[in-house]
Design a binder for this molecule. Structure first.
Ligand code: 4FL
Length: 227
């Protein structure tokens, strides 16, 4: 899968793409990420990417021309959906992550300042995604969130596919508690059912604990599920 990232801060992605699960996906050639510096598509001496908003008010707006050229330069050889990361987008979830993980290529646009010129959104953007109800300084970390979530869903990246299937959110609810050795830590024992070897009982316990945690922390997830 090919992922193009349009950003004013391409260097932010360098370490991110070399470490951990994302690093494995890149090294194995399962995903390829190419960053494009939006500033390379400015033409003035100061390489200006933003300007004052029409109508006044605080903050700057990203100019349409460099964005237009940057997007077109990528689209010329890769027809792919353009996804703009913005607090105004649809809320990202595991279902959307899974849908994007199956695509051949995507183009991610990271915004800055207040927003980007609306005409770019009206004409060149196919989808708008938010990673949560808060504002950051830019769309780079949200783009990394999307890349990370997509990378680990690719075939051959996680050695244990079961592990991805039992994650929180993959089944629409939160995951269950996990324990590893030692069997007793600071006076607290691992629940005995997990040592019982009875796989049916273990599955039932995990399901009950997952539901309990979901009811406590994320009751909203149960409203639209069949639990
Ligand atoms: C994007 C926040 C996606 C949350 C500032 C610029 C953002 C964001 N999800 N904040 N982009």
């Amino acid at each position: 899968m090919k992922i193009h990232v349009l950003t004013l801060f391409p260097d932010l992605f360098q370490n991110f793409l070399q470490e951990g699960t994302v690093g494995i996906a890149v090294k194995q050639g399962i995903i390829a990420v190419e960053t494009v510096n939006i500033r390379d598509f400015t033409h003035d001496r100061h390489r200006t990417a933003d300007d004052y908003p029409y109508g006044g008010g605080a903050g700057m707006v990203m100019k349409p021309e460099p964005l237009f050229e940057a997007i077109q330069s990528v689209k010329a050889d890769t027809p792919a959906p353009v996804v703009y990361l913005t607090p105004q987008g649809r809320l990202l979830n595991q279902k959307i992550m899974t849908e994007y993980s199956g695509m051949k290529s995507i183009i991610l646009l990271c915004g800055h300042y207040k927003e980007i010129d609306q005409r770019i959104r009206d004409t060149l953007i196919d989808d708008e995604l938010s990673i949560g109800d808060y504002v950051l300084s830019g769309g780079e970390i949200p783009a990394m969130v999307l890349i990370d979530g997509i990378a680990r869903l690719q075939d051959g990246v996680l050695n244990d596919i079961d592990s991805a299937l039992t994650d929180s959110h993959q089944q629409g609810i939160l995951g269950c508690p996990h324990y590893t050795r030692p069997a007793e830590f600071m006076g607290k024992k691992v629940p005995s059912v997990l040592l019982s070897g009875n796989h049916q009982k273990i599955e039932a316990w995990r399901r009950e604990k997952a539901l309990e945690l979901t009811r406590k922390n994320r009751p909203d997830l149960l409203k639209n599920s069949d639990e």
